[in-house]
Design a protein around this ligand. Structure first.
Ligand SMILES: Cc1cc2nc3c(=O)[nH]c(=O)nc-3n(C[C@H](O)[C@H](O)[C@H](O)COP(=O)(O)OP(=O)(O)OC[C@H]3O[C@@H](n4cnc5c(N)ncnc54)[C@H](O)[C@@H]3O)c2cc1C
Length: 423
């Protein structure tokens, strides 16, 4: 029997397996892919550089990806590219600019395949029992150990471990099998594509841009990213909408609104997709002998840096749980205080501050036009950016009250706040 079985070799599972093996635990790592360096699931592969984001602050350099608070470094020797500016763009082309103004990056792009492969090799060197090409399809916990049912090319087997870490990602089959999704709210099931494009005509290709508006038939923004330092390529993240698949939404984006001028010569050279079920985050990610980590326990995503942190803390938690039975409790406290989606205003930010479909395209043009020419703080955080944006817009509250009083009422009602609370 293993001390610990980890299901899923994404950033969370790999980091956990490495930490566990280095602490002397007998660790098995089960992964359905045969080669973790081949990234087939959509991911924009950017680190969020906001200070204190998800409870820590990351930096990336030749030595690897470092975490200031938890004090650890993940080996990484692949390319890095700093994104120092981002825009929110209204349907008519009005832009809100986010930039630190001193060259500090908002986000750093990295090669996720290289990151995962590096960790995989470290796990091998540390003695992790690596099980690629193996899918976990069921699990049970008899109170003493967790038994995981596996399948590989039609052949079935199982492994047992004293503790299990469920790191199988956003649609975690293992969390479902062990009954850990009970009590979670299911918000939406959706699909997302990340396209690599050539031929995009962008006068500022190294800045990231989020295009908003009903014109694209998309509820979520369509995001155009740089492709490392290569000005001939770009990446675009496109969600599906209620009725049409992402490819259809891409065609709206190509032909309409402020995006159309960028896209006249654009062609897709690569595509990666993913389906995702968005649940509210687990309040208690531990149950019996199992702990769900990374996206498996999150509201949509912890992102790569969050997943690495989950893995780092989970390895320590398992060690303590085996010794004193207090490890999962300590991990839960860290989980609850670190991630913004566990905080009290996360839903308000995600829903009340949302721009589409709440506001019409004309309203977005008017509101974005108010702050065009200003530079807002450089943030990539999906929780802080909307706050900065609305604070900047509402600094013009008197003008809005004068010119568009109904719109100001609508904003207040959506935020369930009085304007004075926000300012
Ligand atoms: C469109 C999109 C864009 C994103 N952009 C970014 C970004 O710019 N920056 C960022 O940091 N994050 C981004 N993310 C989020 C990021 O991809 C995840 O948060 C992160 O990879 C989570 O890591 P994880 O280890 O928890 O799960 P995952 O990375 O999902 O890893 C889970 C692993 O488990 C394996 N697995 C699943 N089921 C089984 C099973 N039954 N048996 C065996 N193995 C299994 C999978 O093959 C996979 O290797 C994005 C996500 C999406 C959807």
């Amino acid at each position: 029997m293993h001390d610990i079985a980890i299901i899923g070799a994404g950033p969370a599972g790999l980091m956990a397996a490495l930490g566990a093996a280095r602490s002397g635990l007998r660790a098995a790592l089960v992964e359905k892919r045969r080669d973790v360096s081949r990234i087939t699931r959509a991911c924009c592969q950017q680190l969020v550089m906001d200070e204190g984001y998800a409870g820590d602050t990351v930096s990336a350099g030749p030595g690897g990806i470092s975490f200031q608070k938890a004090v650890f470094t993940v080996p990484y020797s692949g390319p890095l590219f700093a994104v120092t500016r981002k825009y929110y763009v209204s349907p008519g082309g009005h832009r809100i600019c986010f930039d630190h103004g001193d060259g500090r990056p908002l986000a750093v792009q990295f090669d996720k395949g290289r990151l995962l492969k590096g960790l995989w090799n470290e796990c091998a060197a540390a003695g992790v029992d690596l099980m690629p090409g193996m899918t976990a399809w069921n699990a049970s916990d008899d109170g003493k150990a967790v038994e995981i049912q596996l399948t590989c090319s039609g052949r079935r087997s199982s492994i047992s471990a004293r503790k299990a870490l469920l790191a199988d990602g956003v649609n975690s089959r293992m969390a479902e099998a062990l009954g850990m999704n009970r009590g979670r709210t299911h918000f939406v099931t959706t699909q997302c594509m990340v396209y690599t494009l050539e031929g995009v005509e962008d006068p500022e290709p190294q800045a990231m841009k989020s295009f908003m508006g009903g014109v694209y038939n998309s509820r979520a923004p369509i995001i155009l990213y740089p492709h490392f330092g290569d000005p001939t390529r770009a990446r675009m993240c496109v969600p599906r909408n209620k009725t049409e698949p992402a490819r259809q939404v891409y065609e709206f984006a190509r032909d309409k609104g402020a995006l159309a001028p960028y896209m006249q010569q654009a062609r897709i050279v690569k595509a990666a997709g993913c389906g995702l079920r968005a649940y509210s985050a687990m309040r208690q990610p531990g149950l019996g002998n199992a702990l769900a980590i990374g996206d498996a326990a999150a509201f949509v995503e912890v992102e790569t840096q969050g997943a690495l942190m989950c893995g780092f803390h989970a390895a320590q938690a398992v060690l303590r749980e085996l010794e004193t039975r207090s490890g999962f409790e300590g991990y839960t406290r860290w989980w609850q205080r670190s991630f913004e989606f566990n905080g009290p205003d996360a839903l308000r930010v995600a829903q009340g501050y949302a721009l589409t479909p709440t506001y019409t395209d004309g309203e977005l043009d008017y509101l974005f036009g108010l702050v065009e020419g200003e530079t807002l703080p450089g943030s990539y955080s999906q929780y802080n950016t909307p706050k900065y944006m609305w604070n900047a817009i509402l600094a013009h509250a008197e003008r809005i009250a004068h010119e568009r009083p109904r719109l100001l009422e609508k904003i207040g009602a959506n935020m369930k706040l009085t304007i004075n609370d926000t300012l």
